[in-house]
Design a protein around this ligand. Structure first.
Ligand SMILES: NC(=O)C1=CN([C@@H]2O[C@H](COP(=O)(O)OP(=O)(O)OC[C@H]3O[C@@H](n4cnc5c(N)ncnc54)[C@H](OP(=O)(O)O)[C@@H]3O)[C@@H](O)[C@H]2O)C=CC1
Ligand SMILES: O=C1O[C@H](COP(=O)(O)O)[C@@H](O)[C@H](O)[C@H]1O
Length: 497
């Protein structure tokens, strides 16, 4: 079966998918439901096969039963189409394996016997064992010149550890067959950033420091640690969210137009942004960066524990669950334009949005009291309700209003504008792109490494200071210092939509 690439050319999607970590959290919560949706939408090639690998004991039937159970809880009942489910389960096979030992990999080789389609190896396991798995696959002859590997974030803990992991993967797979996931790149509205910026001349001409005063990115999560204390407490919100998702958003906002939609054309431009990010120094800490950790509070009327009371918690931990910062991209396009970023767990709502604040008119002729109102804002809502709103100023209606201004949105709500289209989960799109062998939504090694270099500068400055994070109650928008950080510049976090 063939599909199309991003410029409409036909492309085959027939693969064998070997999913390492098939019984883990990500595989069960995201990957199998996404693969099922691809099945339901007729996007899985009829010949494609799926092999689950895990160390728990299962045979093919009990694994299929486990996946069916997962789908029942993760897919809406009306979408769990019976025929699609049967087709999907029939594709599944299972192998019990300890990934870190080469014994047992011969069974993968056997599974592949005679198959002519490419094998895609998805590593849904901790990054520290990526190298072992790649080596064992190679030494047991499971790979060929078409095999691809998909790896999850975070790759490493800092630049040095990420280089080690990337070296280990790169010793087996060439960069052109490594697919590094950042699931934000698969989100519909994140993709729309590329369309919005590069298909609309209106924005193309305004997208620089002459017309934009500042940029705001908020990625607020309502969830806490969700049983992932062991992982999260080593990482913290900077490594978990900023190093990857928020920096990818910064790249898509700040990059220059790529020459075309090829993976490397896009990634070359993103790397230029990452290289131009202002590094952090000690004197910026108190002023431009705020770290926070949640204490017990209330979300949607429900009491929730503090970070240090979560399951498995270490009561001494100074790990941040919130971070806000002011940074910038030091180049001609963005000179003098602050980028304010904030992200945290246990905030009042799940909300990811980018706000582009345009500059005011050079000469203002309306009511002096309304001067602060008089600037356009472009609000790009990534989740939960995907949409784009452009705030414009019009005359307030009524005979007695004179030339008073009124602010209102030109609003594109994706769900109501395109009501018949289901907005797919990010993983559906990313899995489909891997099947097609298209890399433009995946992160190249140098992107990961420049992002780490920048985060490492901040972590080093934090380490020197050795200050505990500021507390914020669960259900609030973070420490008050994060509000002060932006108000000291005469601005505020955007709240309307
Ligand atoms: N979960 C999430 O929401 C997200 C996860 N990620 C990334 O995805 C990857 C997977 O994460 P997640 O699913 O949460 O992790 P889990 O620990 O839930 O899943 C990993 C699975 O791999 C198995 N495994 C680990 N080591 C071995 C081994 N030596 N041999 C055989 N099986 C092994 C584990 O088995 P066992 O249970 O027996 O230990 C487990 O089932 C990680 O890289 C993570 O950083 C990225 C973004 C979000
Ligand atoms: O990668 C991760 O992302 C999730 C947030 O993803 P979203 O799609 O729900 O916005 C985050 O909760 C998790 O800690 C992190 O590892």
């Amino acid at each position: 079966m063939s599909r199309h690439n991003q410029v409409g050319e036909a492309i085959s999607t027939e693969i064998d998918l070997a999913l390492f970590g098939a019984l883990g959290d990500l595989a069960q919560r995201k990957l199998f439901p996404s693969l099922f949706h691809l099945e339901r939408e007729g996007l899985l090639d009829p010949a494609t096969r799926l092999l689950g690998l895990a160390r728990q004991e299962h045979d093919r039937d009990s694994f299929r039963a486990q996946v069916q159970k997962t789908l029942k809880t993760r897919v809406k009942a009306e979408e769990l189409d019976r025929e699609a489910l049967e087709r999907f389960l029939a594709r599944l096979d299972f192998l019990q394996l300890d990934f870190t030992h080469p014994e047992g990999y011969a069974a993968i080789h056997e599974w592949r016997q005679g198959a002519e389609r490419p094998m895609v190896v998805y590593l849904s396991v901790a990054a520290r064992i990526y190298g072992d798995i790649c080596r064992h696959l190679e030494s047991t002859g499971c790979l060929d010149d078409e095999s691809r590997v998909v790896v999850e974030k975070p790759i490493g803990y800092d630049l040095a550890s990420s280089a080690e992991i990337n070296d280990a993967i790169g010793a087996v797979f060439p960069e052109s067959r490594i697919y590094r996931i950042d699931h934000y790149l698969g989100k519909e509205t994140v993709q729309n950033l590329i369309a919005l910026r590069f298909a609309n001349p209106l924005f193309g001409t305004q997208w620089n420091q002459n017309h934009i005063s500042h940029v705001e990115i908020t990625v607020a999560e309502q969830v806490g640690i969700e049983g992932r204390w062991g992982y999260f407490d080593d990482a913290g919100q900077l490594r978990d969210m900023v190093q990857n998702h928020l920096l990818q958003l910064v790249c898509l906002i700040a990059m220059d137009p790529p020459a075309n939609l090829d993976a490397d054309a896009i990634r070359d431009e993103k790397v230029k942004v990452l290289k131009a990010l202002k590094p952090f120094t000690d004197d910026m800490l108190g002023r431009d960066v705020v770290r926070g950790q949640y204490i017990a509070g209330t979300i949607d009327g429900r009491s929730v524990p503090g970070y240090l009371e979560e399951e498995g918690a270490n009561t001494e931990s100074h790990t941040e669950s919130f971070v806000a910062m002011k940074t910038g991209v030091a180049n001609w396009r963005w000179a003098g334009v602050p980028f304010y970023l904030r992200t945290g767990k246990r905030m009042p709502e799940k909300l990811s949005q980018i706000v582009i604040h345009f500059r005011q008119q050079p000469h203002y002729i309306f009511d002096p009291d309304q001067r602060d109102l008089a600037a356009n804002k472009l609000v790009i809502r990534l989740q939960p309700e995907e949409g784009i709103a452009l705030e414009v100023l019009t005359k307030d209606s009524g005979l007695d209003k004179g030339m008073r201004l009124r602010r209102g949105p030109l609003h594109l709500d994706f769900n109501s504008a395109f009501p018949k289209t289901r907005i797919p989960d990010a993983y559906e799109r990313l899995l489909l792109e891997v099947m097609k062998g298209q890399q433009y939504l995946f992160v190249r090694r140098d992107e990961v490494e420049y992002a780490w270099r920048w985060c490492d500068s901040l972590n080093a400055a934090w380490k020197d200071r050795d200050e505990p994070p500021r507390r914020y109650p669960a259900g609030s928008w973070g420490p008050v210092a994060s509000i002060a950080m932006i108000t000291q510049d005469g601005r505020s976090w955007y709240e309307d939509y």
